[in-house]
Design a protein around this ligand. Structure first.
Ligand SMILES: [Ca+2]
Ligand SMILES: [Ca+2]
Ligand SMILES: [Ca+2]
Length: 145
């Protein structure tokens, strides 16, 4: 990759523009390859920079999402405020007091349950492989802005 760009940049000047287009294209393609939802999520959520998302990082992110999503500031998230982070069936499932909404505790519990479901090897950390599973993606929906 770097070798290719170096070689291209040694081309004669009249090829300069073409070379620039080619290298920009190569860099973009390379970016697409390494870019995945899980990798993006890890860089955003991994505050201690150990390459994984642990339960504390997930809970901190979930708490921020909760307060951001609670548009009417009534301390709960209804189905509209959840905005697809949980569907109606999952909301019903996680709504321990059956009031039709999730309060902060219920939301945190939903995140914990989803985190455990995604943590395939049980080390309390989620790597990009675990975050790329259906359970991991469902967790990301709860904790990603
Ligand atoms: Ca981490
Ligand atoms: Ca609300
Ligand atoms: Ca509730």
């Amino acid at each position: 990759m770097a070798e290719q760009i170096r070689r291209i940049s040694c081309w004669p000047r009249d090829a300069g523009h073409f070379a620039m287009v080619v290298s920009v294209t190569l860099v973009s393609l390379f970016g697409l390859i390494i870019r995945s939802p899980a990798n993006d999520a890890i860089s955003a959520l991994d505050t201690d920079k150990d390459g994984t998302v642990d339960i504390e990082e997930a809970e901190t992110a979930a708490s921020q999402i909760f307060y951001l999503s609670d548009r009417d500031k009534d301390g709960t998230l209804d189905i509209n405020e959840l905005a697809g982070r949980l569907d109606a069936a999952a909301l019903k499932d996680r709504d321990a007091d059956n009031d039709g909404t999730l309060d902060h505790n219920e939301y945190a519990k939903a995140v914990t349950i989803q985190f455990k479901a995604a943590d395939l090897n049980g080390d309390s950390k989620l790597d990009s492989k675990e975050l790329n599973t259906p359970a991991g993606i469902a967790l990301l929906k709860l904790i990603e802005p």
